[in-house]
Design a protein around this ligand. Structure first.
Ligand SMILES: Cc1cc2nc3c(=O)[nH]c(=O)nc-3n(C[C@H](O)[C@H](O)[C@H](O)COP(=O)(O)O)c2cc1C
Length: 292
């Protein structure tokens, strides 16, 4: 009987300074459905009051193995970052302290743990915002109501387009969140630049209607994303910074008229920052993927 070669999934892989026990394989003709053994970030909405709870230790430790890599669920960088009730944050001391035992539990199993730092931008509503204010974004265009996975109609509030002089504060929130994540013990951070949240809103021309240096040309639309990368790398070092991008997704009214040009422009620019990895959602997945 002909034997099929074993997929090289369980072979060690060096990712920068990190020794992983399993490869993060690409799809190939030989292995068309090659899975990844990195735990993808998955929003759980069980961090009551935006504070990680003791049950998160069990949840993440159950998914940790020696030399494995886990990416934590989208974790808010500030009190305006929230887009889902009870998503965790990493902007307060209480949140940082609450993450510590979760990170320790993952490390005790010998795995690596990155925190996905996130700002929802306009994918939010008044109820989730401090003092019931409008969500902030690249634009004041509202996301149209969307059907959620469980069949409910999700509604979003009209956002407020950030003034140019407010943008550095949001960039700084990402920087501080990265510092806090490292203080909590995470091995690194993944900047959430995908799936229609604030960074994606600046990147894509359906959601970025700005006319100043943060809108229009590719250079201008990528400016916010790259300022975030620069700030985060400056704070914690590129050797522990990854980014997730989805130029090809069309989700929450956030799409681009030329995603390939956007993707190429962005990854070329990212080369200047020496980051650890860029996880780009594949075009083939873009039409089926992207719940969050
Ligand atoms: C319930 C749920 C929550 C998710 N939360 C996040 C998240 O917090 N951050 C993120 O980048 N992606 C999130 N995603 C997207 C997943 O990480 C992943 O990209 C998607 O499920 C496709 O993965 P697959 O190709 O392995 O099925 C979420 C997906 C689901 C279904």
């Amino acid at each position: 009987m002909e034997s099929t070669p074993a997929p090289p999934l369980l072979t060690p892989h060096k990712m920068g300074q990190f020794d992983l026990s399993h490869r993060h394989c690409n799809q190939s003709a030989q292995f068309p459905f090659m899975p990844s053994v990195v735990l993808a970030p998955l929003t759980r909405q069980r961090s009551y009051g935006n504070v990680p709870q003791p049950h998160a230790r069990v949840y993440y430790a159950q998914r940790a193995t020696k030399g494995g890599l886990l990416i934590a669920e989208a974790t808010g960088v500030s009190d305006t970052a929230q887009g889902y009730k009870d998503a965790p944050g990493v902007w307060t001391e209480e949140q940082v302290d609450a993450w510590k035992p979760v990170v320790d539990a993952v490390h005790a199993k010998g795995a690596l743990f990155f925190c996905q730092i996130w700002h929802a931008g306009r994918v939010s509503n008044y109820k989730l915002q401090p003092n019931g204010q409008a969500p902030i974004s690249s634009t004041d265009k509202q996301v149209s109501p969307q059907m959620s996975a469980d069949g409910r109609l999700e509604e979003f509030s009209p956002p407020r387009s950030l003034a140019k002089d407010e943008i550095p504060n949001v960039v700084d929130d990402f920087r501080k969140a990265a510092r806090n994540a490292i203080a909590a013990g995470f091995d690194g951070v993944e900047i959430h630049g995908a799936y229609s949240y604030i960074i994606d809103q600046f990147l894509k021309d359906s959601a970025n209607d700005r006319t100043n240096e943060y809108g229009g040309s590719l250079d201008n639309r990528c400016r916010f994303a790259l300022e975030v990368v620069d700030a985060v790398v400056g704070e914690v070092g590129g050797h522990r910074v990854g980014i997730r991008l989805s130029p090809f997704t069309d989700y929450m009214d956030c799409h681009d008229s030329d995603p390939q040009a956007l993707a190429l422009h962005l990854v070329n620019k990212l080369n200047d920052y020496g980051i650890l990895y860029c996880h780009m959602i594949e075009p083939r997945m873009a039409h089926v993927d992207g719940r969050r």
